[in-house]
Design a protein around this ligand. Structure first.
Ligand SMILES: Cc1cc2nc3c(=O)[nH]c(=O)nc-3n(C[C@H](O)[C@H](O)[C@H](O)COP(=O)(O)O)c2cc1C
Length: 437
Protein backbone atom coordinates (compact mmCIF):
# COMPACT_ATOMS: atom_id res chain seq x y z
CA UNK A 1 0.00 0.00 0.00
CA UNK A 2 1.35 3.35 -1.07
CA UNK A 3 0.33 6.44 0.87
CA UNK A 4 1.61 9.66 -0.61
CA UNK A 5 0.90 13.15 -1.87
CA UNK A 6 1.65 14.11 -5.46
CA UNK A 7 1.76 17.64 -6.84
CA UNK A 8 1.13 19.14 -3.39
CA UNK A 9 2.33 19.01 0.16
CA UNK A 10 0.47 16.33 2.13
CA UNK A 11 -2.38 18.10 3.83
CA UNK A 12 -5.07 15.53 4.54
CA UNK A 13 -2.36 12.86 4.71
CA UNK A 14 -0.03 15.07 6.71
CA UNK A 15 -0.21 13.15 9.97
CA UNK A 16 0.19 9.78 8.38
CA UNK A 17 3.83 10.75 8.12
CA UNK A 18 4.19 12.11 11.66
CA UNK A 19 4.99 9.60 14.37
CA UNK A 20 2.09 9.31 16.83
CA UNK A 21 0.18 11.95 14.86
CA UNK A 22 -3.05 10.37 16.10
CA UNK A 23 -2.35 11.41 19.71
CA UNK A 24 -3.56 14.68 21.15
CA UNK A 25 -0.06 15.75 22.23
CA UNK A 26 1.46 15.35 18.81
CA UNK A 27 -1.61 16.79 17.08
CA UNK A 28 -1.43 19.92 19.23
CA UNK A 29 2.31 20.28 18.70
CA UNK A 30 1.59 20.14 14.98
CA UNK A 31 -0.84 23.07 15.18
CA UNK A 32 -3.90 20.98 16.01
CA UNK A 33 -6.97 22.73 17.49
CA UNK A 34 -5.55 26.16 16.47
CA UNK A 35 -8.27 26.32 13.82
CA UNK A 36 -10.93 25.64 16.42
CA UNK A 37 -9.51 28.44 18.56
CA UNK A 38 -9.59 30.72 15.53
CA UNK A 39 -13.13 29.67 14.59
CA UNK A 40 -14.41 30.35 18.12
CA UNK A 41 -13.35 33.98 17.60
CA UNK A 42 -15.23 34.24 14.30
CA UNK A 43 -18.90 34.81 13.60
CA UNK A 44 -20.89 31.87 12.31
CA UNK A 45 -21.56 33.71 9.04
CA UNK A 46 -17.83 34.32 8.59
CA UNK A 47 -17.07 30.61 8.99
CA UNK A 48 -19.75 29.62 6.49
CA UNK A 49 -18.35 32.22 4.07
CA UNK A 50 -14.84 30.72 4.40
CA UNK A 51 -16.25 27.28 3.66
CA UNK A 52 -18.15 28.65 0.66
CA UNK A 53 -15.04 30.48 -0.58
CA UNK A 54 -13.05 27.24 -0.35
CA UNK A 55 -15.22 25.59 -3.03
CA UNK A 56 -15.13 22.45 -0.86
CA UNK A 57 -17.48 19.88 -2.29
CA UNK A 58 -18.59 16.98 -0.13
CA UNK A 59 -16.18 14.07 -0.38
CA UNK A 60 -18.77 11.33 0.22
CA UNK A 61 -19.62 10.94 -3.44
CA UNK A 62 -22.28 13.43 -4.48
CA UNK A 63 -19.94 16.44 -4.35
CA UNK A 64 -22.52 18.84 -2.94
CA UNK A 65 -20.96 22.22 -1.96
CA UNK A 66 -20.38 22.05 1.79
CA UNK A 67 -20.73 25.79 2.51
CA UNK A 68 -24.08 25.84 0.77
CA UNK A 69 -25.29 22.78 2.70
CA UNK A 70 -24.29 24.42 5.98
CA UNK A 71 -26.16 27.59 5.07
CA UNK A 72 -29.45 25.62 4.77
CA UNK A 73 -29.56 24.87 8.51
CA UNK A 74 -32.27 27.08 10.03
CA UNK A 75 -30.78 29.33 12.71
CA UNK A 76 -34.06 30.04 14.46
CA UNK A 77 -35.19 26.42 14.87
CA UNK A 78 -36.13 25.70 18.49
CA UNK A 79 -35.06 22.07 17.99
CA UNK A 80 -31.60 20.73 18.87
CA UNK A 81 -29.26 20.47 15.89
CA UNK A 82 -26.97 17.58 15.11
CA UNK A 83 -23.65 17.10 13.36
CA UNK A 84 -23.25 13.64 11.87
CA UNK A 85 -20.13 12.24 10.29
CA UNK A 86 -20.67 9.64 7.61
CA UNK A 87 -17.81 7.22 8.24
CA UNK A 88 -19.56 4.29 6.62
CA UNK A 89 -17.25 4.13 3.61
CA UNK A 90 -19.03 1.21 2.01
CA UNK A 91 -18.63 2.17 -1.64
CA UNK A 92 -16.61 -0.56 -3.39
CA UNK A 93 -13.21 0.87 -4.34
CA UNK A 94 -13.22 3.56 -1.68
CA UNK A 95 -10.80 3.22 1.23
CA UNK A 96 -9.58 6.69 2.10
CA UNK A 97 -11.61 7.63 5.20
CA UNK A 98 -10.18 4.74 7.17
CA UNK A 99 -6.69 6.27 6.94
CA UNK A 100 -7.94 9.64 8.13
CA UNK A 101 -9.57 8.08 11.18
CA UNK A 102 -6.60 5.85 11.91
CA UNK A 103 -3.87 8.45 11.55
CA UNK A 104 -5.63 11.76 12.14
CA UNK A 105 -8.67 11.27 14.41
CA UNK A 106 -8.29 14.68 16.03
CA UNK A 107 -8.62 16.44 12.66
CA UNK A 108 -12.06 14.83 12.32
CA UNK A 109 -12.99 15.84 15.85
CA UNK A 110 -11.77 19.40 15.24
CA UNK A 111 -13.74 19.67 11.99
CA UNK A 112 -16.91 18.41 13.68
CA UNK A 113 -16.57 20.78 16.63
CA UNK A 114 -16.13 23.71 14.23
CA UNK A 115 -19.26 22.55 12.38
CA UNK A 116 -21.10 22.31 15.71
CA UNK A 117 -20.12 25.83 16.71
CA UNK A 118 -21.02 27.21 13.29
CA UNK A 119 -24.42 25.60 13.13
CA UNK A 120 -25.44 25.92 16.79
CA UNK A 121 -25.20 22.23 17.60
CA UNK A 122 -24.05 20.64 20.86
CA UNK A 123 -24.01 17.02 19.78
CA UNK A 124 -22.25 15.05 17.09
CA UNK A 125 -22.23 11.40 16.01
CA UNK A 126 -19.68 9.48 14.01
CA UNK A 127 -21.44 6.61 12.23
CA UNK A 128 -19.22 3.84 10.92
CA UNK A 129 -19.86 0.48 9.35
CA UNK A 130 -19.54 -2.58 11.59
CA UNK A 131 -16.25 -3.56 9.97
CA UNK A 132 -14.84 -0.18 11.04
CA UNK A 133 -15.34 -0.74 14.77
CA UNK A 134 -11.56 -0.82 15.23
CA UNK A 135 -11.42 2.70 13.78
CA UNK A 136 -14.26 3.88 15.96
CA UNK A 137 -12.28 2.53 18.91
CA UNK A 138 -9.41 4.80 17.81
CA UNK A 139 -11.92 7.65 17.54
CA UNK A 140 -13.22 6.87 21.06
CA UNK A 141 -9.69 7.13 22.50
CA UNK A 142 -9.19 10.47 20.74
CA UNK A 143 -12.63 11.69 21.89
CA UNK A 144 -11.71 10.85 25.49
CA UNK A 145 -8.37 12.65 25.13
CA UNK A 146 -10.17 15.73 23.79
CA UNK A 147 -12.77 15.53 26.56
CA UNK A 148 -10.15 15.25 29.29
CA UNK A 149 -8.32 18.26 27.82
CA UNK A 150 -11.47 20.42 27.82
CA UNK A 151 -11.67 20.48 24.03
CA UNK A 152 -14.94 18.56 24.05
CA UNK A 153 -17.56 18.79 26.79
CA UNK A 154 -19.41 21.54 28.61
CA UNK A 155 -17.03 24.41 27.80
CA UNK A 156 -15.19 23.90 24.56
CA UNK A 157 -11.68 25.36 25.04
CA UNK A 158 -13.01 27.28 28.07
CA UNK A 159 -15.77 28.95 26.02
CA UNK A 160 -18.67 29.08 28.47
CA UNK A 161 -21.26 29.60 25.74
CA UNK A 162 -20.46 26.52 23.71
CA UNK A 163 -20.60 22.86 24.67
CA UNK A 164 -20.09 19.97 22.30
CA UNK A 165 -20.15 16.22 22.82
CA UNK A 166 -19.25 13.55 20.34
CA UNK A 167 -20.28 9.88 20.18
CA UNK A 168 -19.41 7.00 17.90
CA UNK A 169 -22.01 4.57 16.59
CA UNK A 170 -21.47 1.30 14.79
CA UNK A 171 -23.71 0.14 11.99
CA UNK A 172 -23.91 -3.45 10.84
CA UNK A 173 -22.06 -3.11 7.55
CA UNK A 174 -24.91 -2.35 5.14
CA UNK A 175 -24.02 -0.27 2.09
CA UNK A 176 -27.41 1.47 2.21
CA UNK A 177 -26.52 2.88 5.64
CA UNK A 178 -24.00 5.13 3.90
CA UNK A 179 -26.92 6.89 2.21
CA UNK A 180 -27.44 9.81 4.52
CA UNK A 181 -31.13 9.34 5.36
CA UNK A 182 -30.78 5.56 5.81
CA UNK A 183 -27.83 6.33 8.08
CA UNK A 184 -30.04 8.59 10.18
CA UNK A 185 -32.75 5.90 10.41
CA UNK A 186 -30.11 3.43 11.55
CA UNK A 187 -28.64 5.90 14.04
CA UNK A 188 -32.12 6.30 15.55
CA UNK A 189 -32.26 2.54 16.04
CA UNK A 190 -34.54 1.72 13.12
CA UNK A 191 -33.85 -0.48 10.15
CA UNK A 192 -31.61 1.39 7.71
CA UNK A 193 -34.21 2.41 5.16
CA UNK A 194 -33.79 5.67 3.28
CA UNK A 195 -36.26 8.50 3.83
CA UNK A 196 -38.12 10.72 1.42
CA UNK A 197 -36.26 13.92 0.44
CA UNK A 198 -37.29 16.72 0.79
CA UNK A 199 -37.22 17.48 3.62
CA UNK A 200 -33.42 17.26 3.49
CA UNK A 201 -31.54 16.43 6.68
CA UNK A 202 -30.38 20.05 7.06
CA UNK A 203 -34.04 20.88 7.76
CA UNK A 204 -35.34 17.60 9.20
CA UNK A 205 -32.70 14.99 9.91
CA UNK A 206 -31.85 13.09 13.08
CA UNK A 207 -34.90 12.90 15.39
CA UNK A 208 -36.62 15.21 12.87
CA UNK A 209 -34.21 17.98 13.81
CA UNK A 210 -31.85 20.03 11.62
CA UNK A 211 -28.80 17.85 10.90
CA UNK A 212 -25.67 18.20 8.87
CA UNK A 213 -24.30 14.96 7.44
CA UNK A 214 -20.81 15.16 6.00
CA UNK A 215 -18.17 12.66 5.00
CA UNK A 216 -14.97 12.10 7.05
CA UNK A 217 -12.73 13.77 4.44
CA UNK A 218 -15.13 16.74 4.23
CA UNK A 219 -14.91 17.34 7.98
CA UNK A 220 -11.14 16.88 8.14
CA UNK A 221 -10.79 19.57 5.45
CA UNK A 222 -12.53 22.16 7.64
CA UNK A 223 -9.59 22.87 10.03
CA UNK A 224 -7.35 23.28 6.95
CA UNK A 225 -9.78 25.81 5.46
CA UNK A 226 -10.12 27.82 8.66
CA UNK A 227 -6.35 27.80 9.12
CA UNK A 228 -5.44 28.89 5.58
CA UNK A 229 -8.54 30.85 4.64
CA UNK A 230 -11.07 29.58 2.16
CA UNK A 231 -9.66 31.20 -0.97
CA UNK A 232 -6.10 30.06 -0.34
CA UNK A 233 -7.35 26.51 0.24
CA UNK A 234 -9.52 26.63 -2.89
CA UNK A 235 -6.53 27.77 -4.92
CA UNK A 236 -4.71 24.53 -4.13
CA UNK A 237 -7.19 23.08 -6.59
CA UNK A 238 -9.37 24.71 -9.22
CA UNK A 239 -11.97 27.44 -8.99
CA UNK A 240 -14.88 25.02 -8.97
CA UNK A 241 -13.19 22.03 -7.30
CA UNK A 242 -11.25 23.49 -4.40
CA UNK A 243 -8.40 22.03 -2.37
CA UNK A 244 -6.80 18.63 -2.47
CA UNK A 245 -8.50 15.25 -2.75
CA UNK A 246 -7.72 11.76 -1.55
CA UNK A 247 -7.85 9.04 -4.18
CA UNK A 248 -7.94 5.40 -3.26
CA UNK A 249 -6.60 3.50 -6.22
CA UNK A 250 -6.82 -0.26 -6.56
CA UNK A 251 -6.72 -2.93 -9.23
CA UNK A 252 -3.96 -3.57 -11.71
CA UNK A 253 -1.64 -0.66 -10.96
CA UNK A 254 1.74 -1.54 -9.56
CA UNK A 255 1.35 0.68 -6.51
CA UNK A 256 -2.21 0.75 -5.24
CA UNK A 257 -2.88 3.00 -2.29
CA UNK A 258 -4.18 6.32 -1.07
CA UNK A 259 -2.85 9.35 -2.91
CA UNK A 260 -3.49 13.00 -2.16
CA UNK A 261 -3.63 15.14 -5.31
CA UNK A 262 -4.53 18.76 -5.85
CA UNK A 263 -7.91 19.03 -7.57
CA UNK A 264 -7.31 19.51 -11.28
CA UNK A 265 -4.28 17.21 -11.26
CA UNK A 266 -3.06 16.58 -14.80
CA UNK A 267 -3.66 14.09 -15.81
CA UNK A 268 -5.49 10.79 -15.27
CA UNK A 269 -3.28 8.88 -17.70
CA UNK A 270 -0.11 10.06 -16.00
CA UNK A 271 -1.53 9.21 -12.59
CA UNK A 272 -2.46 5.66 -13.56
CA UNK A 273 0.34 4.81 -15.96
CA UNK A 274 3.28 6.59 -14.30
CA UNK A 275 2.66 7.81 -10.77
CA UNK A 276 1.19 4.58 -9.44
CA UNK A 277 4.26 2.55 -10.16
CA UNK A 278 4.82 3.01 -13.90
CA UNK A 279 2.72 1.03 -16.39
CA UNK A 280 0.26 -1.55 -15.15
CA UNK A 281 1.04 -4.78 -13.32
CA UNK A 282 2.91 -7.22 -15.58
CA UNK A 283 3.09 -4.34 -18.11
CA UNK A 284 -0.32 -5.22 -19.47
CA UNK A 285 -2.47 -2.76 -21.43
CA UNK A 286 -5.04 -0.54 -19.80
CA UNK A 287 -8.59 -1.66 -20.52
CA UNK A 288 -10.97 0.08 -18.15
CA UNK A 289 -11.16 2.43 -15.19
CA UNK A 290 -13.97 3.09 -12.76
CA UNK A 291 -12.72 6.43 -11.46
CA UNK A 292 -14.95 7.30 -8.51
CA UNK A 293 -16.04 4.22 -6.64
CA UNK A 294 -18.34 1.58 -8.12
CA UNK A 295 -21.33 3.91 -8.51
CA UNK A 296 -20.00 5.86 -11.49
CA UNK A 297 -19.73 5.18 -15.22
CA UNK A 298 -16.94 2.84 -16.27
CA UNK A 299 -14.48 4.34 -18.78
CA UNK A 300 -12.61 2.59 -21.57
CA UNK A 301 -8.93 3.25 -22.29
CA UNK A 302 -9.84 5.44 -25.27
CA UNK A 303 -11.59 7.90 -22.95
CA UNK A 304 -8.39 8.30 -20.94
CA UNK A 305 -5.22 7.73 -22.97
CA UNK A 306 -4.08 10.88 -24.76
CA UNK A 307 -7.16 12.74 -23.57
CA UNK A 308 -5.62 14.92 -20.83
CA UNK A 309 -8.39 14.15 -18.37
CA UNK A 310 -7.94 16.35 -15.30
CA UNK A 311 -8.72 14.81 -11.94
CA UNK A 312 -11.48 17.05 -10.67
CA UNK A 313 -15.28 17.08 -10.77
CA UNK A 314 -15.49 18.89 -14.11
CA UNK A 315 -12.68 16.96 -15.81
CA UNK A 316 -14.24 13.58 -15.11
CA UNK A 317 -17.72 14.65 -16.16
CA UNK A 318 -16.29 16.00 -19.43
CA UNK A 319 -14.53 12.66 -19.94
CA UNK A 320 -17.80 10.76 -19.50
CA UNK A 321 -17.77 9.69 -15.86
CA UNK A 322 -17.78 11.20 -12.38
CA UNK A 323 -15.39 11.84 -9.51
CA UNK A 324 -17.65 10.18 -6.90
CA UNK A 325 -15.59 9.24 -3.85
CA UNK A 326 -12.31 9.10 -5.77
CA UNK A 327 -12.19 5.31 -5.43
CA UNK A 328 -10.40 4.52 -8.67
CA UNK A 329 -10.43 0.90 -9.86
CA UNK A 330 -8.06 0.10 -12.70
CA UNK A 331 -8.49 -2.94 -14.95
CA UNK A 332 -6.06 -4.32 -17.49
CA UNK A 333 -6.70 -6.17 -20.73
CA UNK A 334 -7.23 -9.50 -18.96
CA UNK A 335 -10.51 -8.38 -17.40
CA UNK A 336 -13.80 -9.41 -18.98
CA UNK A 337 -16.11 -6.45 -18.44
CA UNK A 338 -19.24 -8.62 -18.57
CA UNK A 339 -17.85 -10.57 -15.61
CA UNK A 340 -16.66 -7.52 -13.67
CA UNK A 341 -20.06 -5.85 -14.18
CA UNK A 342 -21.82 -9.03 -13.07
CA UNK A 343 -19.74 -8.93 -9.92
CA UNK A 344 -20.76 -5.33 -9.17
CA UNK A 345 -24.41 -6.06 -9.91
CA UNK A 346 -24.36 -8.93 -7.42
CA UNK A 347 -23.13 -6.40 -4.86
CA UNK A 348 -25.98 -3.98 -5.58
CA UNK A 349 -28.56 -6.76 -5.50
CA UNK A 350 -27.23 -7.95 -2.16
CA UNK A 351 -27.14 -4.41 -0.77
CA UNK A 352 -30.52 -3.23 -2.07
CA UNK A 353 -32.49 -2.60 1.10
CA UNK A 354 -35.68 -3.90 -0.49
CA UNK A 355 -37.67 -0.79 0.37
CA UNK A 356 -38.66 0.16 -3.17
CA UNK A 357 -39.75 -2.07 -6.04
CA UNK A 358 -37.56 -0.82 -8.93
CA UNK A 359 -34.33 -1.38 -7.00
CA UNK A 360 -35.34 -4.57 -5.18
CA UNK A 361 -36.84 -6.34 -8.19
CA UNK A 362 -34.67 -4.72 -10.86
CA UNK A 363 -31.32 -5.66 -9.31
CA UNK A 364 -32.62 -9.21 -8.78
CA UNK A 365 -33.64 -9.55 -12.44
CA UNK A 366 -30.32 -8.14 -13.56
CA UNK A 367 -28.41 -10.70 -11.54
CA UNK A 368 -30.58 -13.50 -12.93
CA UNK A 369 -29.76 -12.38 -16.48
CA UNK A 370 -26.06 -12.07 -15.71
CA UNK A 371 -26.09 -15.56 -14.17
CA UNK A 372 -27.71 -16.98 -17.28
CA UNK A 373 -25.22 -15.21 -19.54
CA UNK A 374 -22.27 -16.42 -17.51
CA UNK A 375 -23.26 -20.09 -17.91
CA UNK A 376 -23.35 -19.74 -21.68
CA UNK A 377 -27.08 -19.15 -22.00
CA UNK A 378 -26.94 -15.52 -23.05
CA UNK A 379 -29.40 -14.34 -25.70
CA UNK A 380 -28.81 -11.65 -28.31
CA UNK A 381 -31.61 -9.54 -26.84
CA UNK A 382 -30.13 -9.64 -23.31
CA UNK A 383 -28.13 -6.44 -23.65
CA UNK A 384 -31.24 -4.48 -24.60
CA UNK A 385 -33.23 -6.26 -21.91
CA UNK A 386 -30.70 -5.20 -19.28
CA UNK A 387 -30.73 -1.63 -20.59
CA UNK A 388 -34.54 -1.61 -20.35
CA UNK A 389 -34.41 -2.84 -16.77
CA UNK A 390 -31.76 -0.21 -15.92
CA UNK A 391 -34.02 2.40 -17.46
CA UNK A 392 -36.78 1.27 -15.10
CA UNK A 393 -34.47 1.63 -12.09
CA UNK A 394 -32.52 4.80 -12.89
CA UNK A 395 -34.31 7.85 -11.54
CA UNK A 396 -37.25 5.70 -10.40
CA UNK A 397 -35.90 4.17 -7.22
CA UNK A 398 -36.52 5.70 -3.80
CA UNK A 399 -32.86 6.55 -3.23
CA UNK A 400 -29.76 6.82 -5.43
CA UNK A 401 -28.69 3.21 -4.77
CA UNK A 402 -30.83 2.30 -7.77
CA UNK A 403 -28.97 4.75 -10.03
CA UNK A 404 -25.71 3.40 -8.66
CA UNK A 405 -26.75 -0.10 -9.73
CA UNK A 406 -27.85 0.98 -13.21
CA UNK A 407 -24.92 3.21 -14.23
CA UNK A 408 -22.17 0.55 -14.23
CA UNK A 409 -24.28 -1.68 -16.51
CA UNK A 410 -25.39 1.06 -18.88
CA UNK A 411 -21.85 2.36 -19.28
CA UNK A 412 -20.29 -1.11 -19.51
CA UNK A 413 -22.60 -2.10 -22.39
CA UNK A 414 -21.91 1.23 -24.11
CA UNK A 415 -18.13 1.31 -23.65
CA UNK A 416 -17.40 -2.41 -23.98
CA UNK A 417 -19.92 -3.82 -26.48
CA UNK A 418 -17.48 -6.53 -27.57
CA UNK A 419 -17.29 -8.02 -24.09
CA UNK A 420 -21.05 -8.50 -24.12
CA UNK A 421 -21.45 -9.57 -27.76
CA UNK A 422 -19.02 -12.39 -27.16
CA UNK A 423 -21.23 -13.82 -24.38
CA UNK A 424 -24.54 -13.19 -26.11
CA UNK A 425 -23.61 -14.88 -29.38
CA UNK A 426 -21.11 -17.55 -28.62
CA UNK A 427 -23.46 -19.94 -26.91
CA UNK A 428 -25.98 -22.64 -27.61
CA UNK A 429 -29.09 -20.50 -27.35
CA UNK A 430 -28.40 -17.81 -29.91
CA UNK A 431 -30.20 -17.69 -33.22
CA UNK A 432 -27.31 -15.91 -34.90
CA UNK A 433 -28.82 -12.44 -35.07
CA UNK A 434 -26.74 -9.44 -34.12
CA UNK A 435 -27.28 -8.38 -30.48
CA UNK A 436 -28.43 -4.84 -30.02
CA UNK A 437 -25.31 -3.51 -28.27
C1 LIG B 1 -26.12 3.92 -1.48
C2 LIG B 1 -25.31 5.07 -1.00
C3 LIG B 1 -24.20 4.84 -0.18
C4 LIG B 1 -23.46 5.92 0.30
N1 LIG B 1 -22.39 5.67 1.09
C5 LIG B 1 -21.68 6.71 1.59
C6 LIG B 1 -20.59 6.46 2.47
O1 LIG B 1 -20.27 5.32 2.79
N2 LIG B 1 -19.91 7.54 2.95
C7 LIG B 1 -20.27 8.84 2.63
O2 LIG B 1 -19.65 9.77 3.11
N3 LIG B 1 -21.28 9.08 1.80
C8 LIG B 1 -22.00 8.07 1.29
N4 LIG B 1 -23.07 8.31 0.48
C9 LIG B 1 -23.43 9.73 0.23
C10 LIG B 1 -24.30 10.29 1.37
O3 LIG B 1 -25.67 10.01 1.09
C11 LIG B 1 -24.17 11.81 1.52
O4 LIG B 1 -24.30 12.41 0.28
C12 LIG B 1 -22.82 12.21 2.12
O5 LIG B 1 -22.59 11.57 3.35
C13 LIG B 1 -22.83 13.71 2.37
O6 LIG B 1 -21.57 14.13 2.82
P1 LIG B 1 -20.64 15.07 1.95
O7 LIG B 1 -21.50 16.22 1.48
O8 LIG B 1 -19.58 15.51 2.88
O9 LIG B 1 -20.16 14.24 0.82
C14 LIG B 1 -23.82 7.26 -0.04
C15 LIG B 1 -24.92 7.48 -0.89
C16 LIG B 1 -25.64 6.40 -1.36
C17 LIG B 1 -26.80 6.67 -2.26
Amino acid sequence: MEIKALGCEPLSLRRVFIKDGHTLDVYKKDGGYKSLEKALGMTQDAIIQEVKDSALRGRGGAGFPTGMKWSFVPRDSPKPKYIVCNADESEPGSFKDRYLMEYDPHALIEGMIIAGYTLGSNTGYIYGRGEYRYLLDIMDVAIKEAHDAGILGPKVLGNKNFSFDLHTHTGAGAYICGEETALLSSLEGYRGHPRMKPPFPAIEGLYASPTIVNNVETFTSIPQIIDMGGIKWRDLGTEKSGGTKLWSISGHVKKPGVYELPMGYADMEKFIMQDCGGMLRDDKKLKAVIPGGSSVYIMNAGQILGKNVTLDYEGLVAAGSMLGTGGMMVMDETVDIMESTKNLTEFYKHESCGWCTPCREGTDWLVKIFNRISIGEGRPEDAQLMLDICDNIEGKSFCPLGDAAAWPIQSAIKQFPGDFKKWLFDNTNTNGTQPNV
